[in-house]
Design a protein around this ligand. Structure first.
Ligand SMILES: NC(=O)c1ccc[n+]([C@@H]2O[C@H](COP(=O)([O-])OP(=O)(O)OC[C@H]3O[C@@H](n4cnc5c(N)ncnc54)[C@H](OP(=O)(O)O)[C@@H]3O)[C@@H](O)[C@H]2O)c1
Length: 348
């Protein structure tokens, strides 16, 4: 007898976002109606997933397009949180979902993960763009017509266009700086703040790139997981109000901060624990930052760690019913916990 449960595949389930989303779904009332699989590249991770009731499917990695296609073709919903800029694997997942749709006669769906660096400007090498984008703006048109090629925008456009051409509904979640401990079975640390803390440890002081006046949004991992679950629920319930494709590129945020606030938060938390001799933040140039963080790619370091990327989560708040009590104060308080979670690594 065919499995009556909704088949769900998570790509990136061993990561910070994917693992936290997996845990959130496993805790949800829907969990008993789902059969959840994770597509993994390291066989040693299978046992821990199996213990959670998650089947593991193995592939060679995101370049294994046949592996991606084949795994997706056995599932009704794919949540992709592996790489925001790997467009060919995202396309292969949609191709697999299209095969599933043909075989079952039912809808199949992709929830893809992007990031607000798609909005990132070049405040130090071009004119600063301080526009606050709403997800009710035409983000797809902006991404498609953007003059500069950038991996995450290329992937988003590929997701929307492949979905439209194969009749698979797609939804793109665009998180900003994510903070807080992840709840997944493997990686539980985020990226930007930990990377800047590692940089501070290497340099002996917390650095800010150029003036640090660029503005980004933040969201706590628990609030982001809650958003994914609400979106996932609306998808499997086939809610008629839920847009898809070019109208379904969603922001999730709980406020704004500057890069200087991030560096100061890291400086204070690390100094307090004796990891830095000073809590003074020193400015470094784009060139210096690129040499240490992005293999010399100044454009990339400017976009990901120095830009303005300002978004407003209007869909989440006004249509999905998502909300959070957390704001800037919570973000500014979190550095202590983040540094505490990295203590072993930073002391090593
Ligand atoms: N963290 C943030 O603040 C943030 C914000 C916005 C957007 N994003 C984007 O969201 C994506 C996920 O972020 P994250 O913080 O969850 O990253 P992460 O903790 O490094 O997790 C990445 C996940 O994807 C898998 N993966 C990565 N590359 C792969 C490859 N080539 N083949 C197979 N599996 C691969 C990893 O598997 P393994 O366990 O095998 O390594 C892991 O499960 C990234 O593209 C990131 O840029 C992150």
């Amino acid at each position: 007898m065919a499995d009556s449960k909704t088949q769900v595949l998570i790509v990136g389930a061993t990561g910070y976002i994917g693992g936290s989303v997996l845990s959130e779904i496993l805790r949800s009332p829907e969990a008993s109606q789902l059969s959840i699989s994770a597509l993994i590249r390291r066989p040693e991770q299978a046992a821990k997933l199996e213990a959670l009731g998650v089947k593991s499917l193995q592939f060679q990695g995101l370049d294994d397009l046949e592996g991606c296609r084949d795994a997706a073709s056995k599932n009704d919903v794919v949540i992709n949180a592996a790489s925001a800029s790997h467009d060919s694997s995202a396309k292969a997942l949609i191709e697999g979902l299209a095969l599933r749709q043909k075989a079952t006669g039912r809808g199949s769906y992709l929830i893809h993960t992007s990031g607000t660096s798609i909005l990132g400007d070049h405040p130090y090498t071009a004119t600063a763009q301080e526009k606050i984008w709403s997800d009710e703006d035409n983000i797809y048109a902006m991404e498609k017509s953007y003059p500069e090629r950038y991996g995450q925008r290329v992937a988003d456009v590929a997701v929307v266009e492949t979905g439209l051409s194969l009749g698979v509904k797609t939804y793109i979640v665009v998180p900003p700086t994510i903070y807080g401990k992840g709840s997944g079975p493997f990686a539980t640390l985020s990226q930007q703040v930990p990377n800047l803390a590692r940089l501070a440890r290497r340099r002996g002081y917390a650095a800010v790139i150029e003036s640090g006046k660029g503005i980004w949004n933040h969201v706590h991992m628990d609030d982001l997981s809650a958003f994914y679950l609400m979106l996932f629920r609306a998808v499997i319930q086939k809610q008629s109000w839920l847009p898809s494709g070019p109208e379904a590129i969603f922001f999730v945020e709980s406020g704004e901060h500057t890069w200087l606030q991030v560096s100061q938060g890291i400086a204070d938390a690390m100094h307090k624990r004796g990891l830095l001799a000073t809590n003074e933040v020193k400015s470094i140039s784009l060139k210096e930052a690129a040499a240490e963080i992005t293999k010399g790619n100044e454009s990339l370091v400017e976009i990901t760690l120095a830009s303005n990327a300002r978004a407003r989560a209007d869909f989440a708040r006004n249509r999905l019913g998502w909300s959070t009590a957390r704001g800037l104060e919570d973000f500014l308080r979190h550095f202590d916990g983040e540094i505490e979670a990295m203590l072993g690594e930073l002391q090593g």
